[in-house]
Ligand binder design. Sequence first.
Ligand code: SF4
Length: 194
Amino acid sequence: MPTDDMITPTELRQFHYCPRVVFFARCTPVRRRETVLMTHGREKHESELLRERRRALSRYDLTEGERRYDVRLSSAALGLNGELDLLIVNGAKAYPVEYKNSRRPPDPGHRLQLCAYALLVEAELGLSCPHGYWHSSVTHETHVVAFDRRLRNRTASAIAAVRTLIREERCPEPTRRVEKCLECELRNFCGDTL
Ligand code: SF4
């Protein structure tokens, strides 16, 4: 599969937030500008990853494991590529870890993103991912995300839906939750929302 046709776990999360975010990025020349909030979030994310190197594995309920940072993964069979913040490998099992600059617990979009990394790890590294971890850089809480059959199926459906959206280049309906538009940096391009 050509690299341009591959999608990323991040795009699955964006698609869940609002399909138009992916449409603008993939099917139009419109590019998101990094807002002050986004810059702050990115810097916090980077400093949290640096702190992670000094922490014990006990926060993940694991007694041992090798930590691999910024793991690049790609699978033509899945049509996915991306870079994972952290992968903890223990024998034949592996646990993807994502950091987010968010006060809220992981939403369904974050779960899709993390599960997509798990699918990539299983496909490319031949390791089994029973669950992963989602860590808030704001509250410092770590949430366990189980990769059960339901989440795996939802992730596969989301991959197919994003691919269809990109192939058809048809602008999707705006999100029904207008509160999302209030904090969306693309709202100037969505004349039919606010
Ligand atoms: S402004 Fe609203 S409809 Fe438009 S991309 Fe952002 S969230 Fe979606």
